[in-house]
Ligand binder design. Structure first.
Ligand SMILES: Nc1ncnc2c1ncn2[C@@H]1O[C@H](COP(=O)(O)OP(=O)(O)O)[C@@H](O)[C@H]1O
Ligand SMILES: [Mg+2]
Length: 591
């Protein structure tokens, strides 16, 4: 337990250090809450004196009016400071969260693919959105309010002791009980906040995944089961919040009771005093009872709020811990490469490459292969043979364990990573489109690519006609993940995307697999256009697409089985390629 508290302060101070760039805003916010504390602690004193001087001692209506005016003026100032305090602390919070969110997102973008393979999207969305929301409360209503409350507490206590120290001690009798209750409350809240955080992540992940996979849910009529699971998770989410509400609901009445107890003690004191008190002291007693009644309220409110605000700090710190965990994660590809001046129009060579996604489970073994500059090489093999894995290594999306990949004799690890990737274009079977216009999906926001270049590329891959027919042409909004376009159309857009970036190395990973015959013909022609004059790697199921390749590589279980041209491989009796060809050929005949 003690260790945990220590850890939290460490994270808390790390979080607070983000306020460094906003010192003046912090100062304004702090000044405002300082002034509020000082002003409001003074008010009971003034009211007590006013009652004594202008009501009990002399019935002076004018004096009373004047003092009432002064107190109202003070209240107006308090309201002004309240506004300033609120404004500046929220400004501070939003600035800090903006910085933190920016840093977090930039950091997440550096992670290697393996990280995304194993991390649910919903969990990351929770970190970037709702966790940071909770963190912002640390600054908007936690930290500065706590400072204000502490100052208020000390000032009120100071006034009370100054006015009547015996009476102060008497009215403070219930305070140890309050502190005890606060401790229990804080512990309960910490527990429920941790639970709450867990449940929020669960809910986000679930909803995000089911909505992305809604087609599957509906196709397999899984609505009922998914809804049941959702109900469970939703219930857990509610429970986490209800636990917190419970603690609150019990704590607040307890505080009310204790503050009433203090006031009761105050009145009992008054009752004992009233007998045998000298008339000149009587008025002093009245005014003290009035002042103390007001002060006691002021004393309990900050203590009650302190527990509440402390919980906000606690919650924010718990969430910040999750955010910092990601920020501290160094899960990006080790790239020490500095070469930014590499000619990509050179031979690519794999030398004894071994690669495993998980330790020692090699999905590629002893891969040796030369790909001549400007040539087209095709990979064939069963699903899971390792075709995609090989091409992923060229862009260094995953790190291989043994061997080398050389470009013109130079290890690709010596090439600066962005430079390497900007010379490679990969077209996948599953085309990802952003919820944006066709133009922006092609340029990916690169403003140096003009509309003319986009149109020229579209014409080259024979996609211009279909785009021109869309309602807004190139400005047509494709909807989330390109939902309104057909698979073939999406594929053509990804071809244009590859074309405008003029890569030196082009990779088509089953880019033609999921399109119909008509689109296939279009894409076939687009492929020819796209592979012209650049080193190309084509992975395809349909052998018709790869017959003209300069070299065909047959992979099986992560190893190269056969290499040769279409005609060379056909002559291999009992060869894998030969069998594949015969199979597809007979299928064609059946058709
Ligand atoms: N991201 C990944 N994490 C872990 N294992 C993977 C990953 N991607 C592929 N694999 C595994 O690596 C092997 C080769 O897969 P892959 O290269 O995608 O085959 P292909 O593209 O030939 O169908 C398969 O056994 C597959 O399960
Ligand atoms: Mg694949």
């Amino acid at each position: 337990m003690a260790e945990k508290a220590k850890l939290n302060t460490k994270i808390f101070f790390r979080l607070v250090s983000y306020a460094k760039s906003y010192k003046s805003i912090l100062l304004f916010a702090f000044m405002a809450s300082l002034l509020i504390a000082l002003f409001s602690a003074l008010r009971p004193k003034l009211i007590g004196d006013m009652v004594r001087n202008y009501i009990v001692n002399s019935q002076d209506a004018n004096g009373l009016l004047l003092w009432t005016g002064i107190i109202i003026g003070m209240l107006a100032f308090e309201a002004l400071f309240q506004f300033a305090g609120n404004y500046f602390s929220n400004l501070l919070a939003q600035n800090i969260i903006k910085d933190l969110r920016k840093k977090l997102f930039a950091h997440i973008m550096t992670f290697k693919m393996q990280y995304f393979d194993r991390t649910p999207i919903g969990a990351l969305v929770t970190r970037v959105v709702s966790d940071l929301e909770a963190v912002s409360e640390v600054f908007s209503s936690g930290l500065i309010d706590i400072l204000g409350d502490v100052i208020m507490l000390l000032t009120v206590l100071g006034w009370m002791f100054y006015t009547n120290s015996e009476l102060t001690l008497l009215t403070l009798i219930p305070i140890p009980l309050l502190l005890f209750a606060t401790r229990i409350f804080a512990r309960a809240m910490r527990k429920s906040f941790q639970l709450e955080r867990l449940q929020v992540t669960k809910l986000n992940t679930f909803v995000q995944e089911r909505i992305s996979g809604m087609a599957i849910v509906q196709m397999f009529s899984r609505e009922k089961q998914e809804f049941e699971s959702f109900k469970e998770i939703n219930k857990g989410h509610r429970q986490a919040h209800v636990n917190a509400v419970w603690a609150f609901s019990i704590f607040f009445p307890v505080v009310e009771m204790l503050s009433s107890l203090s006031i009761a003690l105050l009145l009992v004191w008054g009752a004992f005093q009233i007998d045998g008190i000298k008339p000149e002291n009587q008025t002093l007693m009245y005014s003290q009872i009035i002042s103390f009644t007001l002060w006691i309220n002021m004393l309990y409110r900050p203590i009650r709020q302190l527990a509440d605000k402390f919980n906000i700090l606690q919650r924010g710190t718990v969430r910040a811990e999750r955010v910092f965990e990601i920020l501290d994660l160094d899960d990006h590809i080790q790239h020490a490469g500095k070469d930014v001046d590499v000619d990509f129009n050179q031979n690519l060579e794999f030398k004894s490459i071994y690669f495993a996604y998980r330790n020692e489970e090699y999905v590629l073994q002893n891969i040796n292969l030369e790909i001549k500059a400007g040539s087209t090489v095709a990979f064939v093999g069963a699903t899971g043979a390792g075709k995609s894995s090989i091409v992923n290594l060229i862009g260094r999306f995953y790190e291989y364990q043994k061997g080398e990949i050389l470009l013109g004799g130079k290890d690709i690890k010596e090439i600066e990573l962005t430079h390497l990737r900007s010379n490679i274009a990969i077209v996948l079977q599953d085309v990802f489109l952003f919820s944006d216009t066709i133009h922006n999906n092609i340029t990916l926001g690169d403003e140096s690519i003009s509309r003319e270049q986009v149109i020229e590329a579209a014409k080259a891959v024979k996609a211009h006609d279909f785009i021109a027919k869309l309602p807004d042409g190139y400005d047509y909004h494709v909807g989330e993940r390109g939902g309104v376009l057909s698979v073939g159309q999406r594929q053509l857009i990804s071809f244009i995307r590859a074309y405008v970036f003029e890569p030196k190395i082009l990779i088509l990973d089953e880019a033609t697999s999921s399109v119909d015959d008509y689109s296939e013909e279009l894409i076939q022609r687009a492929t020819e256009e796209l592979t012209k004059g650049r080193t190309s790697i084509v992975i395809a199921h349909r052998l018709s697409t790869i017959q003209s390749a300069d070299k065909i590589v047959v992979l099986e279980k992560g190893e190269i089985m056969e290499v040769g041209t279409h005609l060379e491989l056909l002559t291999l009796e009992n060869g894998y390629y030969r069998k594949l060809y015969d199979m597809q050929f007979s299928e064609e005949k059946i058709k």
